[in-house]
Write a protein that binds this ligand. Sequence first.
Ligand code: DAH
Length: 348
Amino acid sequence: MANKYDELFTDIEKRILGLIVGAKILNDLTDIRNKYLSKKGEFSVLMNKIREVDDKKAFGEAYNFARKEIEEALNKKFEEFKKAALEIELKKQAIDITLPVEKYKSGSMNPFYKVKREIEDIFIGMGYTVENGPEVDSDKYVFELLNIPKDHPARDMQDTLYIDDNLLLRSHTSSVQAHVMENAKGKPIKIICPGKTFRRDDDDMTHSHQFAQVEGLVIDKNINLGNLKATLELFAKKMFSKDSKIRFRSSYFPFTEPSVEVDVSCFNCKGKGCSVCKGSGWIEILGAGMVHPNVLKMSGYDPEVYSGYAFGIGIERVAMLRYGIDDIRRFYQSDIRFIEEFNKKVED
Ligand code: DAH
């Protein structure tokens, strides 16, 4: 509402609005706000005049009206500057989508690692934790604590690469069992240990001086062979085929008693007999058994109270079966054409 005090503010308002229009950068606006509208700003102090006027209400209204117009103009200009700044920023970041793209070749994972991860996932799903151990280890862990004393003929089962009389490249991941049991100090254990192993072997289609295993170990009260069988059957079903079966054949390992070789029904011919299973309908996939009482004792477990099972799976062997790979050496040759084959999804 116009009133008799309006004119008091007309000049200064015009001046300020002029300044706002002429502002070039954001800082100019901040300066204007400080100079005129801050507590002691040139415009704000005009309010003090209210003490001298007779119609205070009308004065207040006129003051507020002018102030509001200034503030609105100021805010509008602030917004304009911000929008302009944003537009500049967006322009800077603009991507020319008409430019030709650089062609990236996506990599593929070596089937060895695919299978290693799959095996890990399956056992993690069953509550196992993944442990690691040293690849260069002492005689104590690779042999002695696994019930393979010095000069025992079972040492010949694994022709090992020695670094000195005591240190050697581990010939199996069973050595990790001994470490884990030592550290667990008599407590239950449920672990797998994937890792490299080394043997003095002549390399051919199915042998390599370096290969990898996944060791499994479960120790607790009341663990029996049935638990082992159920575990490995579930593993076979998840790894190979929903209707996989397994069978145990008795065998010998120094660190287990009884010991078994485990076969899985041929997933190629479903047990009828084919070239993959060499006509038998079964394929050997791993060694396993109940942890030998001597092994338990040596690592501080009372075999009268605790029992356990262990198994050792060859990772390359599983990968070769799973993907129909004919030569173990392909895993290590870094031939990109071979590795790329496994980018394709494999149906189960
Ligand atoms: N260590 C054995 C090998 O290298 C595999 C193995 C067999 C591991 C039986 C085990 C087991 O834990 O119980 O051939």
